[in-house]
Design a protein around this ligand. Sequence first.
Ligand code: ATP
Length: 234
Amino acid sequence: MLELKNVVCRYGKVNALVDVSLSVQQNELVTIIGANGAGKSTTLKAISGLLHPVEGTIHFMGEDITNASAQQIISMGISHCPEGRRVFPEMTVHENLEIGAYTRKDRNGVSDDYEKMYDMFPRLKERHLQAAGTLSGGEQQMLAIARSLMSRPKLIMFDEPSLGLAPNIVEKVFENILQVKESGTTVLMVEQNAFAALDMCDRAYLYESGHMTLTGTGKEMINDPHVRHAYLGG
Ligand code: ATP
């Protein structure tokens, strides 16, 4: 479904990604783990067209999207749920969901999806008229996920969905992400919480200093001595 081949990304003279190749198959949950600054967020930005690689190619559903605009990429079915949640704080929960659906013209489908989102996230239903900026951190993360799903993406990308959340809320957010996968949406997720991410994913990639250094199933990665020592606290 998604294929990056030998991708190189730079910010000025800084090499953020060096020769990265990775793939995501339909219905998979794939995760990227690695230390701060390893290039994980840059990968998501390159896929969603916020940044263009200087070398290499990105294909989605057989089409070359290496230099496509962010707008074109959204309309092809890729949704990016960025780090830090970034809901529109002055708008209500419901208005935030409406914004997520702005590229769609199927009004009935959109109405159905509001109901689906409120079923998946009952907290958001209770608070649908509340200003998003007054929600708790966990609720804002749920809203950010629901808003990304409102575009009915084929592939959804989550950047650090657990960042800054209390452990019991993290668990809930991960459950929601598994639900998203089970409902048929392919997921690519960047996570600092390496154990949880490896435990729930189908396959994973490890990044170190802009290079992709290891890949395997979640189980293989959890059992890898280097991963255990460097990322799972031994
Ligand atoms: P984190 O987990 O800390 O978010 P990351 O693996 O997502 O890390 P990236 O955000 O992809 O890392 O950053 C990769 C490298 O690119 C880092 O060295 C970072 O300092 C650099 N970088 C990221 N954004 C910019 C930018 N806008 N301008 C210059 N350098 C940047």
